[in-house]
Design a protein around this ligand. Sequence first.
Ligand SMILES: *Cc1c(COP(=O)(O)O)cnc(C)c1O
Length: 402
Amino acid sequence: MSLTFIRRPAGLQFGGVDVRQLADRAGRTPFFAYERAAIDTRIRELRSLLPPGVHLHYSIKANPMPAVVHYLAARVDGFDVASAQEMAVALNAGAAPADIGFAGPGKSYDDLRRAISSGVNVHVESETQLRLVTALGWELGVQPGVAIRINPDFEVGRSGMRMGGGAAPFGVDVDQVPALLRELQARQVALAGFHIFWGSQCLDAATVIQAQRQSADLVARLARGLSEPPRFVNLGGGFGIPYFPGETPLNVQAVCEAMHDWLPRLCERVSGMTPILELGRYLVGEAGIYVCRVIDRKVSRGRTFVITDGGLHHHLAASGNFGQVLRRNFPVVIGNRPDGVPQQRCHVVGCLCTPLDRLADDIELPEAHIGDLVVVRQSGAYARSASPLHFLSHPEPVEMLV
Ligand SMILES: *Cc1c(COP(=O)(O)O)cnc(C)c1O
């Protein structure tokens, strides 16, 4: 007699593992999983296109999970941090302090003290920060690493989130930079670098290229009067990833080809500096999923609601409340039946008592049952860490690197 097993239909594969098995490994839902291989491939491909000599930095605020940062430490040239805690994560991952840049408009005295005593570069964003940092250098008996973050005088066309151009709490307006440079000189502190961050989540190659060229021009102009050129020039990042139907991936090849053209001229004009590209979302955003479980299903006035144990407290961006003007659905699948035929219009919601808690609105899915796994893709960046984890006091989601 032979035994016949009923084969379960294949579930979504993630990091070479069936998502149901991942749920078992996590021990509970909801959870986030990030895939090593996807991060590695993304970086390899990018590096093969970039001109030689460009340093790649990871912006930790996109995903600060220590295991992710540790994995990245062996693959990038440095980190950009925006808090003392992110700085600690980068240092613990083994990054060299001189390869860490600390930016942010509201660094406290204690933040700055920790950064300077660790040898981390402080990207000053005001005259106050510059004075504090140079004073701390004297007090601690070290030469502080001081970079100036510039609020550029150009505005970027179609970037998802603009960070420069007009009045901003970020960076120092271009016309105020010369005064800061004079002040540095008076205090006998060398300028470590310039930092320009012009925007985020940009999918249009022409826009990225234009912003990079304008950044390069701006830096070259500012560096002209310096007795000693800065060690590095951080030209920002801004590379976006597609989230919604109709969005196409950024043509990174075109961006890198253009860099082969403008970068040598920048290197000529600002001799000896290291160009840095800082990326968060582009490196890890597509390498992550958020998985929650269907715990109920009900029909209300003709509409079907699929209720999960997840929600906006874990994934604010997927709920459409992370600065989005127009709410659109992140890519969502039923993880245990990824090949199922869509046959049901439904609203996938979270477990919070607020109408804002929607994971997918009016979406066609295979019929979802209690116990099914709902998988939200493109969840590797600005997901868990950008969410109000304590709102309604549910448990925090598990995180895994697979
Ligand atoms: C947030 C941030 C980044 C990363 O932006 P992504 O869109 O994730 O690439 C880079 N630099 C600075 C200064 C930032 O604030």
